[in-house]
Write a new protein. Sequence first.
Length: 87
Amino acid sequence: MIKILLIFTVGLFEQILYTAYIISVTKRQKYISSLLMLVYMSLYLLIVAYALKDTNTISLLIAYALACGIGNLITMTIETRKKKNEE
């Protein structure tokens, strides 16, 4: 259970970084987007390598997928609120 929570937490953080990366690319922020991609890809590769070594791979990948969806939702909600406040 601890492994699933760990994968979920890291996946959530990783997806928040990835969505922030996409937003920074659309705003043409080249240094911020490059740094975000470096951190995102490092976390992504670590998660996949960790999950593939485990005997309980399916549950870890499901936890990761859920975290990605929630992380994206959180980041997009924050971005939408920021845009509404700017108007």
